[in-house]
Design a protein around this ligand. Sequence first.
Ligand code: CAA
Length: 293
Amino acid sequence: KKPAGAPDKALARPVTKVGVIGAGLMASQFALLFVRRLQVPVVITDLDQSRVDKGLGYIRDEIAALLAKGRISHDESNRLNALVSGTTDKADFADADWVIEAVFEELGVKQDVFAEIEKHISDTAVLATNTSSLSVEQIGAKLAHPERLVGFHFFNPVAVMPLIEVVNAPATSDETLATAMAVAAKLKKTAVITRDTPGFVVNRVLAKVLGEAMHAVDTGTSFEVMNRALDRFGLPMSPFELLELVGLKVGAHVLDTHHAAFPDRFFESANLHRLAEHGRIFDRDDKGKIKGF
Ligand code: CAA
């Protein structure tokens, strides 16, 4: 059994360039955070140029929004834009010393992504996965050096939510863990070190709430009643709004992972899978305000 708690800070490796694998919404959100807080080059990649361009577009739009709100200066905006780049060439990751992925939440996909990127990176680069609930140990199963992999789990919206779960897998080295803690501190996030267990800490609890809400719908409660019943219950948003924020496909995956690990404690929801294909739960107006279901 590994010792709990943070390793010696002195073991942390310097991070001078960040590589981000995946250019979807989650990856783009944290790519922006890395460039803002670490002020080092950040390169993002995805399966094809159009996905890379979409992610880069999101980052540049957010930088423009920060400038428009007066949160950053013109100089800072120019500097951030110059530090961010996109690529489909993995060779551009050769000098990255922190490489983090947020690709599709499927074990085989993540295993292959890491096995492939390991061929292109330096021996000392640290690898991180933003998985929501998959086993970090299994994600690293095809790595030549699994000791360099750590879980680094952000929450949506990345800019606002203060927490990062740093997942200490059985193989994760102290150097890797110390680097992850140092990176989280530079991002000005609260880091908690968790065990490599399904759902880590937060999603284990959240899956209970979201799963019960979906199960109520699966067994005959309407979305509207469920949504209204939980209004003003101290939640920042209803379980269904939260599912949309997280992404219905990601939410369905998280619930499935929990159900597979603890079938007597968590529900899987056929309705959620159906809705994930449909893309949304709510009808919204063009400003995003909820009109109905
Ligand atoms: N991106 C960037 N910033 C955002 C944002 C977004 N998507 N949404 C809101 N914000 C910012 C706003 O700009 C605003 O910032 P300023 O005050 O600096 O201008 C601030 O957040 C508050 O926003 P609002 O006043 O518009 O909205 P609010 O007070 O209703 O809060 C919320 C919005 C923070 C999203 C709140 O509803 C909330 O906390 N919801 C729950 C979120 C949550 O539980 N996330 C975890 C999901 S689980 C997950 O992600 C992990 C997983 O593995 C599945």
